[in-house]
Write a protein that binds this ligand. Structure first.
Ligand code: NAG
Ligand code: NAG
Ligand code: NAG
Ligand code: NAG
Ligand code: NAG
Ligand code: NAG
Ligand code: NAG
Length: 608
């Protein structure tokens, strides 16, 4: 992937042990000293994260052995940092170590990466990550008493095991998030193991940790996926919108310089370089905290925290207030005569500045919406600048922006109306139908996962004052999950098109997808017989799961029947529970009022 920059050769400056480069003059305090120390102290965790994310199949014993190797290496280099091996970048040390472990590359199918060198090897390890972790056993759940016993007996090993299990199931989440998760889990274990009601205590404490992990993983995966599929320009416009909304006071030049650091951070973190990821994040925090006066008045307390809490704190603080003198509209982009000239000389610069000015003024909009408006502006200029009177053409831009926003608003309003009108289960089924129609090729697990993502987004957002931005942002992450991080998935041509065509308009693209009829059966009787045999197999199956699979199959096999017909069949089958042979005349679900019974061709051909 060309978007992962080849910046390795400057990395030796950032090798694991660089922390030993003590300041030469006493007054020469290194702002990164804390970071160095942090990385040194977390060498074991960082090794576990990198290994478990790159080679998810690896066993915990193997990881523990690699951790030992890495700790020896660290100690050796701390003792004498002029040893030649100590100038290697940490990510390379870890990948070399994986490759040098006898039998391990063959056993876990990474030999093809180990036979490559340099950039190609790093890329190969990146591509080896698998977002869908169905091939792993379910996350081990221990009884709280056992958990606490294990923690008491050997807290270090217990926490390492937890880190390993979490990291291999979340291969794209950035290392600082995982370190935060581990710290919070440790805190939970310490607190809960001293209490009588251990299970209740764990339950209460672990739920928010899991939510934080899922939300971070989804966001970071979506942004990395955007970088992989659309390149650094799209990454930059995402961050322009995000930072301009959050920090409307910042000047454009200063934002640009901050975003250079942010882009570097995504380059290294998306690739999976756990050490460099921490360094770049802490560099961004230093950058922001050292310029608070120009950026935000609300982050003072965050900046007093240490990493990685500082990052999370800044991410979670409220938006800075808009400057009082900020006019509602920036005339430069729609009223000036020189727009086309500027566009000809530097289109990217112009569009970035547009995103910045529009975002800081409309900080209640979602990130995708701000990118949509930028795209609308770009297309408009393309059209106007080839006309006789460009200025007369683009002066109506704001109309177009408002129309775009109105469309997106209407979509969200409809989604929230649905949320208000349906029970939770019915809402899930609604999205199950929707996703199955669009992508019947996906597994039941993934379809359920995506549908849950949508229902959770609506549950979280539909009562908030910033309902629109919340729904639109979160729903976009669901599509980010669907579209994939380190691969261009081939699901079906229509879905693939929506994933690749335009990042900003993904949601609109999916909204207009037609049903995929790949698996459609030709007649109602074929459908009913297939549904029957599916419903009647496997008596011990969880009923909820059975219902979900039934709905997915129903949509796969006959995507174009009406919602009413679908509900009728669903009700008939689920009403009899396990007694599958007692389903009453499912054919009657297709009887149009006042017409023949079971006109199969009519039912099957019905288009909606
Ligand atoms: C550190 O390693 C360098 C290079 O191998 C060697 O020349 C030097 O003697 C070592 N220093 C100590 C204190 O062991
Ligand atoms: C091993 O990896 C290669 C390349 O990614 C892949 O083609 C192959 O199917 C994998 N084999 C197994 C057993 O997973
Ligand atoms: C394990 O517990 C001991 C004693 O309570 C403590 O000193 C040590 O720091 C803990 N180790 C980890 C990795 O938390
Ligand atoms: C940008 O930041 C510098 C300090 O680093 C400050 O002097 C300058 O005024 C800032 N510019 C704007 C437009 O805020
Ligand atoms: C566009 O929408 C904004 C905010 O709702 C409004 O203030 C503005 O007058 C609208 N502009 C046009 C040209 O319709
Ligand atoms: C996915 O598609 C993008 C854009 O077409 C391309 O740059 C990239 O190399 C592709 N990625 C993979 C893993 O094939
Ligand atoms: C069934 O419906 C089709 C299409 O509407 C119609 O052409 C056909 O005559 C109907 N068949 C019977 C037996 O009514």
């Amino acid at each position: 992937m060309k978007h992962i920059k080849f910046i390795g050769f400057i990395f030796f400056l950032f090798s694991l042990t660089e922390s030993l480069a003590l300041p030469t003059k006493p007054q020469d305090i290194d702002p990164f000293l804390d970071t160095h120390k942090f990385i040194e102290e977390n060498t074991a965790y960082l090794t576990i994260i990198a290994v478990a994310q790159y080679v998810q199949e690896v066993s915990f014993d193997e990881v523990e052995m690699l951790v030992k190797v890495m700790m020896d290496y660290r100690d050796r280099c701390l003792a004498n940092r002029t040893l030649p091996e100590c100038s290697k970048i940490a990510n390379k040390v870890i990948q070399d170590m994986i490759c040098a472990t006898e039998g391990l590359p063959q056993k876990h199918n990474v030999s093809h990466c180990c036979s490559k060198t340099d950039f190609a090897r790093r890329l190969c390890f990146f591509y080896n990550k698998k977002a869908k972790t169905g091939f792993l056993p379910p996350f081990p759940t221990l009884d709280p008493e056992e958990k606490c016993q294990a923690y008491k007996n050997n807290n270090g090993s217990f926490l390492n095991l937890y880190m390993y299990e979490v990291a291999r199931r979340n291969p794209f989440v950035f290392s600082p998030v995982l370190l935060t998760v581990a710290a919070r889990f440790e805190e939970a274990a310490t607190t809960c193991c001293e209490q009588q009601e251990k299970a209740t205590c764990f339950q209460a404490k672990v739920v928010p940790i899991t939510q934080y992990l899922k939300a971070s993983s989804s966001y970071q995966g979506t942004v990395c996926g955007a970088l992989m599929k659309f390149g650094p320009k799209v990454l930059n416009s995402i961050n322009t919108a995000v930072f301009s909304k959050k920090f409307p006071k910042i000047g454009f030049q200063n934002l640009t310089s901050l975003l250079e650091d942010v882009s570097t951070m995504y380059d290294v973190c998306c690739e999976g370089d756990v050490v460099q990821c921490i360094r770049s994040q802490s560099q961004i925090m230093n950058h922001i905290c050292s310029k608070q006066d120009f950026i935000s008045s609300k982050i003072k307390e965050c900046c007093e925290k240490k990493m990685p809490e500082c990052e999370d704190c800044i991410i979670n603080t409220n938006k800075e207030d808009k400057p009082e003198d900020l006019s509602p509209r920036e005339p430069k982009f729609t009223d000036s005569k020189n727009v086309c000239q500027e566009r000809d000389s530097n289109q990217d610069g112009l569009l970035n500045e547009f995103t910045y000015e529009y975002s800081r003024r409309h900080n209640y909009l979602s990130t995708p919406e701000l990118l949509r408006i930028t795209k609308v502006y770009k297309d408009l200029l393309e059209d106007c600048c080839s006309r006789e009177n460009p200025a007369g053409c683009y002066q109506h831009a704001e109309d177009k922006f408002n129309k775009t926003t109105e469309k997106s608003l209407a979509m969200v309003q409809q989604e929230c109306k649905l949320f208000q009108g349906l029970e939770k289960d019915a809402l899930l089924l609604h999205y199950l139908v929707k996703f199955t129609k669009a992508a019947p090729q996906l597994s039941l697990e993934e379809l359920i996962y995506l549908s849950k993502g949508m229902t959770e987004a609506l549950t979280t957002c539909c009562t908030l004052s910033e309902e629109f931005a919340c729904v639109d942002d979160l729903a976009d992450l669901v599509l980010g999950d669907l579209c994939g991080v380190n691969e261009n998935r081939t699901i079906n041509p229509a879905v693939d098109h929506c994933c690749r065509a335009d990042f900003a308009f993904r949601r609109h693209c999916f909204e207009h997808l037609e049903a995929d009829t790949t698996y459609a059966l030709s007649s109602v009787s074929a459908l009913i017989s297939a549904l029957r045999s599916d419903w009647c197999q496997n008596h011990n199956e969880d009923l909820q799961n059975k219902k979900h699979r039934f709905m997915v199959n129903l949509v796969k096999w006959m995507p174009e029947i009406t919602a009413k017909e679908r509900l009728c069949l669903f009700t008939k089958f689920t009403a009899v529970g396990e007694k599958c042979e007692e389903v009453q005349e499912p054919e009657t679900c297709f009887r149009p009022e006042g017409s023949n019974i079971g006109n199969e061709s009519e039912a099957a051909n019905k288009k909606r």
